[in-house]
Design a protein. Sequence first.
Length: 533
Amino acid sequence: MRLANPTLVSSLAAILALTACWEDDRSILWDRTRTVIGPIPMKAQIAYVDSALDRVTLVDVDQDTPVITTRTIGRNAIYAVPSPDRHTLFAITRGEEAIHKGQIDQPPMFWSIDTNHADVPAVAYKIGSPFDRVSVSPDNTIAVAYFSASGPDAAGFFRNPNELAVIDLSRPPGDDNPTLKTIRSFGSVPAGITLSPPMVVPGSTDTSARTFAFILSPNNLTVLDASHPDRREVSIRLDLGGMPVVPRQVVFAPNTSSAYVRSDQARDVLQLLLVWDPPATPTANDFRPLLAELGAGGGPTDFAVYDNADQRRYLLAATPNTHEVVVIDADTAQFRSIPITDPIDRILLFPTGLDTPPKKALLASIGAKVNRLYVLDLEHIEDPLTQISLTRITLDKTVRDVVPVPGRELAMIVHDDARTVLGLLDMETASTSPLLGVGKLDSYDFSPDGSHLIGATASVARVGFVALDNLHPTDFRLDDLPTKVLSTANAKIFVDHGDPRGHATIIPSPGATRDQAIVLDGFLTQDLLDKEP
């Protein structure tokens, strides 16, 4: 192993100890509470957000020698999330009230950091409140900041849990960007927000594609035209006077301007079709939601959506109360029921993704902790004359989790809560192979092409690899214990060791030797002594 940038090796504790010799009016920088958010995987970079140093540190592993850069952001970072394409990092900073020397008056800010171009400064949007959650549209054009159920912390006097900040990422910050909005409440607060892909409202005179925010809260579903956030939201009551209904999952059919909602305690899958409604005023909404229950026949616990070879959209819904899995035509609401003895609550489609029509579905009963899985053949399953092909797989141990392998028709099976006993299921042959670890699988990832499973145990100074073509295991010895393993887009392995100074090992590939690995130490304290004491 070789040490990269040895001049970075420094002790934050030693630096802070030196400041004790300085005058009492030293900068507040040295006394601030420090939280490091990360590591956050980007494309070929790893990001860390430092709440005390007011910056983002990016470790670029695209070249043979890692490059470390920093971007300045606001005071007191509290949340960070990558964009869907992982080229942009979004962060929220609480800001600061100037009381002591070195402090500055700064409001809460939303930051957009372009990680691809080191010379582009971070863009700041004033969001008014210290929101601690962000939802970003799939096309990376709109973000909505909101409060989680608990909020960021106890600081502040009042907090409006139904307030949102809608940020148009395609425009620069301004008095009208972001838009602050308080949605109507029926006694509940948002539990999550899902943004749609661009959709056109059929029949509307506005033929532009728009993004809609679906705001989930107990007993309520709220729809906001996020492309026109000044317009009023539409609220839909879900409880109907019975058991509390909690929406959990939303998927979209953008070609038909539809959304499908799965809720706890609901009777069925809810279809929400956006239809044109002539606006009463120029600033009123030009749509209304048309609701329908799709006839799954029982409270769904999971569903998956896919387009078949004819580009027709179908939903596959699990209804354990009726011991069925239901295939629903999203356009006609016609359905076909498939009886299954076990209470299915997990559905995975293979191949993964919506670009290729899936051929098979893996069905599991995670909550029931049974030792059975099912593989359902999806080809022509929507045709009632096609015979159902359902393969039952009985295992030696119970199933606690199933995880798809990216780019492969393989699924990883977790057999115990400690993640020490694993298996791999080949979806083509419906055969399984066991994998045994030396301890709890505290962190794992897959190589981008799905060729390797990469895992680490916090108490073992090694990284383990499993070649998924032949299940051959190898391991790589580390100098220090790992806390997180990540596989970058260029198939390098980034091992974070959990040191607040910044300590990581970069392994070029699963087959690399120790002399090819690079150790980074102290990269989170780079240029720290250059700051004003």
